[in-house]
Design a protein around this ligand. Sequence first.
Ligand SMILES: NC(=O)c1ccc[n+]([C@@H]2O[C@H](COP(=O)([O-])OP(=O)(O)OC[C@H]3O[C@@H](n4cnc5c(N)ncnc54)[C@H](OP(=O)(O)O)[C@@H]3O)[C@@H](O)[C@H]2O)c1
Length: 346
Amino acid sequence: MQANNHRKTGEGDMTEQTFRALVVREVEKSRFNRSIEERTTADLPAGDVLIRVRYSSLNYKDALSASGNRGVTRTYPHTPGIDAAGIVVQSASPDFQPGQQVLVTGYDLGMNTAGGFGRYIRVPAGWVVKLPDGLSLRESMIYGTAGFTAALSVAELEKGGLTPPAGEVLVTGATGGVGSMAVAILAHIGFSVVALSGKPDAADYLKKLGAAAVLPREEGLDDSSRPLLKGRWAGVVDTVGGAYLATALKATRQRAVVTCCGLVASPTLETTVFPFILRGARLIGIDSASCPYPQRLETWQKIAGPWKLENLDVMAAEITLEDLDGQIEEMLQGRSRGRKIVRMGD
Ligand SMILES: NC(=O)c1ccc[n+]([C@@H]2O[C@H](COP(=O)([O-])OP(=O)(O)OC[C@H]3O[C@@H](n4cnc5c(N)ncnc54)[C@H](OP(=O)(O)O)[C@@H]3O)[C@@H](O)[C@H]2O)c1
């Protein structure tokens, strides 16, 4: 990840702008408050590129940052939002010109750098991606970090040699942002996807995204002491961690590829070596925030090109800054479904 040592450039080229942003404050020790405040572009960190944000999106990491999780955000007051798509207003980098459509996901955005839940962001040029042909700003935020992470996970399955005839792919946390995207992308490129979900009424939604089958969450949990179960999964995209990931590993087929990106169930993984040494299973970690720039561009090209989904609106709901507070709570309770994109105006 690039360091957050923004260089202040281009000052004075543009008059200061005031704008609205969600601001999280620590009101007393370990008690946090969220409200919409007026900020100015002078409040933003130094950086090469000033961007007027049109859309952001809500990710689990934002919900953690917005509720005072110091593992994500060290210092408050803070504006979360790890995703932003908008228009370049000012640039000290020859790579970007005012008026250009761009997106930023990950790096330090929304963690300790004021993020996309404000109308403006200022970031290093090395974080900025030109909006790929074939995607609108709005569509790019339906994907956002969740879609980007799902795409990185699917790319790892392919790199591991997985093709649709190899068998079923399990997606855990299937109605979540990453889960919905993984189900849809895998189905789009021909995989038979089994979606694991804790939401009993979500079967129609998941089938619309392309799931071939939906399993209730309990079926993804084996608390026996057996080191292996009957091999079922040729691939797994796990977004929840804990015992669900451990169980999925036990039920892998020979040479399965398993990706791991999330911890909503638990960050602890108790497993044995047997899936690895008897079935050759491969467990691959996904870290979208620090994804190297060339791989980042390649992945966005895939998202906008061969992996572009027809049914994006099935999983997307548009919200405003005012709606964020409630949606953050829903997400922390594990009740959110699909993707929430935040319309910032215009
Ligand atoms: N490593 C990376 O680069 C990266 C990038 C993005 C996200 N993530 C991580 O991936 C995870 C998912 O992120 P997201 O944005 O998709 O979050 P999300 O939209 O809130 O989705 C999480 C889903 O997990 C399921 N779930 C919730 N609580 C659970 C529990 N206690 N036990 C089992 N399943 C539970 C729910 O789906 P069902 O009801 O359908 O089961 C929920 O919708 C998070 O941990 C996030 O931090 C990592």
